[in-house]
Design a protein around this ligand. Structure first.
Ligand code: F6R
Length: 246
């Protein structure tokens, strides 16, 4: 595990964008595993900026997103499909047919999960997986207690995740979908490179538990300690409880 301590959110975003950019320059047809949430927004802004400056092209890139709420239409502003297009895909030269997210409206969830695993397999796996981390240690929507060996699956969201995400639903927890499709830990661990970003004091305790505590399904992100090419990029505040960064 490699830890990069940054001075602030902007610095974190720029450093993570640098790593993604290097991946795409080295392998223009890279498969990028992407995340939603507030943390990666600065990374997407930076990559869009470099795209406009002609420093990077996504023309041959394929993306596979980590997760999607169950039951929201793609056109719903809080669907992850909408989020990724609004914040990233609509602003770059990616081929729309190279963009994958789980279909939150799939009639047969089990079939959808198998199909999503098959998409990633047929693409040859993920070159670089970008992750955020939830306050309970979730990655994707792999909540505490998850089996590390699971593939893509449908999850019941933890109450703490529903509470954390209600800010995107007019602060009304009842509007937050109760289930989501998520890539499993198995696929995340099979990515050739994993980068997790975190910022702010609120993430300090979970970073300490996840990356300086025992590896346990109770803290799903802790499994990343076992990944051969895992980089944690976090600002000083998020790393304030972590021994290496004192
Ligand atoms: C989103 C995702 C989630 C978020 C996590 C942190 O695709 O996979 O695991 O990364 O909930 O969210 P933020 O960045 O909003 O703190």
């Amino acid at each position: 595990m490699k830890v990069i301590c940054t001075k602030d959110y902007q610095d974190m975003s720029r450093k993570a964008a640098n790593i993604i950019s290097a991946q795409v320059i080295m392998k223009p047809n890279a498969v990028l595993g992407l995340a939603t949430g507030s943390t990666p927004l600065g990374i997407y802004d930076q990559l869009i900026d470099w795209y406009h400056k002609d420093d990077i092209s996504f023309r041959y890139v394929t993306t596979v997103n980590l997760d999607e709420y169950r039951g929201l239409a793609r056109t719903h502003e809080q669907s992850y499909w909408y989020f990724m297009h609004a914040h990233f895909f609509n602003h770059i030269d990616i081929d729309p047919s190279h963009v994958y997210l789980p279909n939150g409206n799939a009639r047969d969830p089990e079939k959808e999960c198998l199909a999503y695993d098959e998409i990633v397999r047929s693409l040859g796996g993920i070159d670089l997986q970008l992750l955020g981390i939830g306050l309970d240690g979730h990655i994707g929507f792999n909540e505490p207690g998850v089996a590390f060996e699971l593939g893509t699956h449908l999850v019941d969201l933890d109450q703490s995740t529903i509470e954390a995400n209600k800010r995107f639903f007019n602060d009304d927890a009842s509007l937050v979908p109760k289930q989501a499709f998520t890539m499993g830990i198995r696929m995340i661990m099979q990515a050739r490179k994993v980068v997790l970003v975190a910022n702010g004091k609120a993430k300090a305790e979970i970073l300490r538990k996840a990356f300086w505590g025992p590896v346990t399904p109770e803290v799903p992100a802790s499994i990343l300690q076992m990944h051969p090419d895992f980089t944690l990029i976090a600002d000083k505040e998020a790393l304030s409880l972590c021994p290496q960064c004192l």
